[in-house]
Write a protein that binds this ligand. Sequence first.
Ligand code: AMP
Length: 144
Amino acid sequence: MLVSQILNSKPAQGVETVAPDTRIFEAAEVLSARKIGSLVVSKDGDTPLGILSERDIVRELGRDGAVCLNGKVSDYMTAKVVTCTLDQSADEVLETMTNGRFRHIPVMDGDKMVGLISIGDVVKARLSELAMERDALEGMIMGN
Ligand code: AMP
């Protein structure tokens, strides 16, 4: 299974982004309203400049307290974003996320960001692939 197939199977294709000078409390509002775990930081929606996860906010809240809520996203984001491409396999991306200990990865088509997949999207896609393989094997054994 390829990243492009996982992306196509998602109901919402777009990527939720925030500008670097957005305040952390505003980013938290977006995460809460959209029921998502991370935001890609971008000025134009095409180029990822960083990624801000709910974990980044919780870590800073634990370290510095509520004062971080007025800080800028650019001060708390991870600036070195790991991305993947449409033609990579689900297994490859799962390995990247597991080794990097993160659950979100923006998908690039050349220089343009075209989607974002979470570890949950990959696991869901792999499970449905495994179910199809099982059905096919059952069919072969039963002679259907
Ligand atoms: P997550 O598990 O995705 O909520 O994120 C855990 C940590 O990894 C946070 O510090 C994020 O900012 C960072 N992170 C999330 N996704 C990525 C990514 N694709 N590349 C680099 N860092 C990431």
